[in-house]
Design a protein around this ligand. Structure first.
Ligand SMILES: Cc1cc2nc3c(=O)[nH]c(=O)nc-3n(C[C@H](O)[C@H](O)[C@H](O)COP(=O)(O)OP(=O)(O)OC[C@H]3O[C@@H](n4cnc5c(N)ncnc54)[C@H](O)[C@@H]3O)c2cc1C
Length: 477
């Protein structure tokens, strides 16, 4: 059967990911039906009936492909013929080193390209349950505000823990920015646990004075208010932000996430810490550590200042800062296979923010991947996965398995993630000299490392794209 005689791929959700996936499929000759519920039914954040509406900021963040991980993702997407990047580029507005767009022009351009494509049919209406059995290849790209009926159907088909409806994000720190002359590895009471070593956590000790100053700063910190549709959520009771715990009384944190029991400072064993902040390994590569129990709604600018007050974290570099938002996303490391298919029902593939990535660019990139994978299957081929050294591969790998789930963190320790260099496999050797042979110092080493990671990503992406060239039948818009 030729590819055009095959049944169409159904894509649910005409947001950034759904449109990118549709475009990649159609470019490769596959017929697509794109189901978008707006304007029949809207979400709490969308305002228009355009496809690919940007619901908040108009920025795609840094466009620097030499020094910034999201800039690398931009560059890779452009090389893979991304519709979202092509429309963003053609509707760019001045924003320094960032790629910002005229939001209406951008959404209109995506809508026009999708609706004009002869292989894409757009159907307006909610998919209010599991897609029917006769849709044998489906991409679900319904985003952070997936309609409740579909979300419930997915949860029922996968398992109780399949979907979260709020994220509770604790900050994540690059391991190599933690001062291990101050901190030490140890699990509480040296417990081994399943798969543990007895020394799985990084511990940051505080004396009484440091603790009291930290709690006072937390209580005084400025927080981001909930949006109207996020207020009064039951989630909020179940997982309190650290600053709310701090406001309940000076001792609350010392009896909660900062309790010092069962921990002995390896650098100073005779002095008992008054409080301890624990960091837990977040990814299999061991490059990222999350702050245990530190989900927070303090403003991002405040978080850096506050958390650098913690001994050992004075120079911490954050891969992700904390937050709490309304967000529908899968427990992907458990539920999805390496090419984003639901293990329990492989005719359903997921894309975009619902997979547990975060942000416009990452969601579009995961739409691009889902489109390529579904297109390969339409041709009767196995999907080719991008190398983990590329930005696409690093993000995909994190979503589908790179995150480490720990027993203590419960079955839902996976939290949404932006692309960042901590997700990339480390270099065999970090650069120590610049191109002229001069020895690198301090921050120069970090800059040089990022540049080598970025260059490696783009070189590997090019090699992968070349090896898997499937000769799209038209160029990107
Ligand atoms: C309030 C809010 C503010 C945000 N601010 C930012 C920001 O400033 N910067 C940033 O980078 N990211 C931001 N995000 C995240 C950003 O919205 C997402 O990363 C991105 O839009 C996700 O793309 P997507 O294609 O996965 O989902 P979306 O772009 O949300 O697209 C999903 C589409 O699916 C449709 N849909 C849902 N359910 C159904 C159904 N059952 N049947 C048919 N269609 C359905 C929706 O109408 C929507 O068009 C924000 C998110 C929210 C909720």
């Amino acid at each position: 059967m030729s590819i055009t005689e095959k049944r169409p791929v159904h894509i649910v959700g005409g947001g950034l990911a759904g449109c990118e996936a549709a475009w990649q499929l159609a470019r490769r000759g596959s017929a697509v039906v794109l189901h978008e519920m707006r304007p029949t039914r809207s979400t709490d954040a969308h305002k228009t009936d355009s496809l690919a509406e940007l619901v908040c900021s108009n920025s795609f963040r840094s466009d620097d492909s030499s020094n910034n991980a999201v800039g690398v993702l931009h560059a890779e997407m452009r090389r893979l013929g991304s519709l979202i990047m092509a429309c963003a580029d053609s509707h760019q507005i001045p924003a320094g080193g960032a790629l910002a767009v005229d939001r209406e022009g951008f959404a209109e351009a995506v809508t026009a390209a999708i609706t004009a494509h002869p292989l894409i049919t757009v159907e307006r209406g909610e998919v209010a349950g599991l897609p029917p059995d006769e849709w044998d290849s489906v991409i679900v790209a319904t985003g952070p505000l997936t309609s409740p009926a579909l979300a419930e159907a997915i949860r029922a088909r996968a398992d109780e823990q399949a979907l979260a409806f709020f994220d509770a994000i604790a900050p994540i720190i690059h391991f190599d920015s933690i001062d291990m002359d101050v901190c030490w590895f140890q699990s509480r009471y040296d417990k081994m646990g399943p798969g543990g070593t007895g020394a799985d956590y990084i511990n940051c000790p505080m004396d009484k004075e440091q603790y009291e100053a930290f709690v006072a700063a937390l209580v005084a910190s400025d927080t981001v208010p909930f949006r109207e549709f996020e207020a009064n959520t039951p989630y909020f009771d179940g997982c309190l932000p650290i600053e709310v715990m701090a406001a309940r009384g000076p001792e609350t944190l010392r009896h909660g996430p900062m309790k010092p029991m069962g921990l002995t400072n390896a650098h100073n064993p005779t002095v008992k810490a008054y409080a301890v902040v624990q960091l837990r390994q977040d990814n299999a590569l061991g490059t990222l550590y999350n702050m245990v129990g530190f989900q927070t709604k303090t403003r991002h600018s405040e978080q850096v200042r506050l958390f650098r007050m913690i001994p050992g974290l004075e120079k911490a570099e954050f891969a992700r800062l904390g937050g709490l938002h309304r967000n529908t996303y899968l427990n992907s490391p458990r539920l999805l296979d390496a090419s984003l298919r639901l293990k329990a029902l492989p005719r359903l593939r997921f894309a975009g923010q619902i997979t547990g990535c975060e942000g416009y660019v990452e969601s579009s990139a995961m739409g691009l991947m889902a489109g390529l994978f579904a297109a390969a299957e339409q041709r009767g081929e196995a999907p080719a996965l991008p190398p983990p050294t590329t930005a696409h591969g690093a993000l995909l790998n994190h979503i589908t398995g790179g995150h480490i789930e720990t027993v203590e963190a419960g079955p839902r320790s996976f939290q949404p993630m932006n692309i960042n260099f901590g997700l990339f496999p480390p270099l065999d050797a970090n650069p120590t000299r610049d191109t002229e042979g001069n020895r690198l110092r301090g921050a120069q080493k970090t800059v040089a490392k990022k540049q080598v990671l970025a260059a490696r990503a783009l070189a590997d992406l090019d090699a992968w794209a070349k090896a898997n060239a499937d000769e799209p039948n038209e160029a990107a818009a």
